[in-house]
Design a protein around this ligand. Structure first.
Ligand code: TYD
Length: 212
């Protein structure tokens, strides 16, 4: 006799991260994907970086608004990440929950590395220190031409944070760094052409996520 499959709390959950330049529209897909996974009976946690914990959200306030040395910025990103992994990400995955995180370490490689020019080796040391044992199971990189992203940000007509206020060349370097990183890690990173109607993007997301 065959019984229906019950959720297995001993099976670890999957860790999915969303990435892309500002204005690529990733955040609107985060909640949609969480609902889609929940409709398939999975337990899902949605979180973000910098942030995700009480302390992390305080660090986010500083990171998005205060001028600081590039290495201070980078260390604070990883400090917030350490807290996030310890308090939320690792316990949730261990309990069998899926975790969807709006940005993670690929953002540090793209923004502090690509955008601001921090030495990649320093990033590798910090990454190894903070989560050498853990990488996302899947990373979705939302990509679109810079001009389209800039237009979307301008249309939103809201206060821009320190990163959004950066010049176009900065965002171009961030974009190229994301694409280069996706080329180096094809086993987990997928580039999604974000310059399409939302239905086409969601269809592709369904296909990619089903594969894991
Ligand atoms: P973002 O996801 O864009 O927040 P929102 O959608 O509310 O604007 O993240 C905030 C900014 O933080 C974004 O411009 C990129 C930046 N950032 C880094 O520079 N490095 C990092 O490691 C992370 C996680 C984010």
């Amino acid at each position: 006799m065959k019984f229906p499959e019950a959720p297995n709390p001993t099976l670890p959950g999957k860790f999915i991260t969303f990435e892309g330049i500002d204005g690529a529209g990733k955040s609107s897909h985060v909640d949609w994907l969480a609902d889609w996974l929940r409709s398939r009976g999975l337990s899902v946690r949605v979180t973000r970086e910098p942030g995700g914990t009480e302390l992390g959200e305080k660090l986010r306030g500083l990171l998005l608004n205060e001028e600081m040395h590039l290495e201070t910025e980078t260390l604070l990103m990883f400090a917030a990440r350490r807290e996030h992994l310890a308090k939320l990400i690792e316990p949730a995955l261990a309990a069998g929950e899926w975790v969807i995180c709006d940005r993670f370490s690929d953002a540090t490689y793209a923004y502090q590395g690509g955008g601001r020019g921090l030495d990649r080796h320093k990033l590798q040391v910090l990454e190894q220190w903070v989560h050498g044992h853990r990488q996302p199971d899947l990373t979705l990189v939302f990509d679109l031409p810079l001009e389209v992203a800039r237009e979307r940000i301008a249309l939103a007509n809201r206060h821009l944070d320190r990163f959004e206020q950066e010049r176009a060349e900065f965002h171009q370097r961030v974009r190229l760094a994301y694409l280069e990183r996706a080329r180096l890690h094809p086993e987990r990173m997928h580039v999604i052409n974000s310059d399409r109607v939302i239905e086409a993007i969601r269809k592709e997301l369904e296909q990619i996520v089903s594969s894991i």
